[in-house]
Design a protein. Structure first.
Ligand code: SAH
Length: 219
């Protein structure tokens, strides 16, 4: 981690790099939600990447982690978070814990986050990291996120950070009316969808092309 390598006196430097990331990569591309920008400023992205890549943590790219997975590019994390339109009191479901970076951003923005990860070792590492950082409003599950986490639903918002061929039906079922689902679907580059659940049914809007790892299925 940058502060481990450089010592606490360099916190100010890391803070500076993080604010540059927000200004040049995130605000410059149109993200305006002040709560999202504040969350991106608060969460130490370098705490979530492999040690050897800590100095690259604030660059404009995804970062590889274990098991061929990635931490999404900072702009995509901010964009997807903004699309959920969180105000602070919500219950959110995340599919694809990965490093736990996006989970931390969501935990800053909502009251409670439930997160599901396919690989037990990634889930354990993310949990340890997030607990060490002091997050108490995150709950963890290992398994196939296509099934959601029905026992804890319904949710105000659902965020998916791996790409299925199409929307798994269990996810909108676990959304409250008025709730939002943000999910990449299809072949790479996938289509990032914002799905709103209304009394009349699901409204699907396409946001932009994105590149995510595929949603895995148990053998
Ligand atoms: N949001 C993460 C990025 C995760 S990459 C971060 O900020 O680091 C996508 C993650 O989805 C990977 O960790 C992958 O293991 C997980 N994943 C893939 N298929 C899944 C499935 N069916 N259910 C739950 N998680 C899945």
């Amino acid at each position: 981690m940058i502060d481990k390598l450089l010592g606490p006196k360099h916190d100010a430097y890391v803070g500076f790099i993080r604010r540059q990331m927000i200004k040049d990569q995130i605000e410059a591309r149109g993200v305006k939600d002040q709560r999202v920008l504040a969350a991106m400023d608060k969460v130490c992205r370098h705490c979530f990447v492999p040690e050897g890549l800590a100095t690259r943590a604030y660059d404009d790219y995804p970062i590889p982690i274990e098991r061929g997975q990635t931490v999404s590019q900072p702009y995509i994390v901010a964009l997807m978070s903004e699309l959920l339109a969180l105000k602070g009191g919500e219950k959110v479901l995340e599919i694809g814990t990965g490093s736990g970076y996006q989970t931390a951003v969501l935990a800053e923005l909502a009251a409670e986050v439930r997160t599901v990860e396919f690989f037990p070792d990634l889930a354990d590492a993310a949990r340890r990291r997030l607990e060490k950082l002091g997050y108490k409003n995150i709950f963890y599950m290992t398994g196939d996120g296509a099934a959601g986490w029905p026992e804890a639903g319904p949710y105000d918002a659902i965020l998916v950070t791996c790409a299925p061929a199409d929307i798994p039906p269990a996810l909108p079922e676990q959304l409250k009316e008025g709730g939002r689902l943000v999910i990449p679907v299809g072949e790479e580059p996938q289509d990032l969808l914002l799905v709103k659940k209304t009394a009349a049914g699901l409204e699907r809007a396409s946001v932009c092309p994105v590149r995510f790892v595929p949603m895995l299925k148990a053998a």
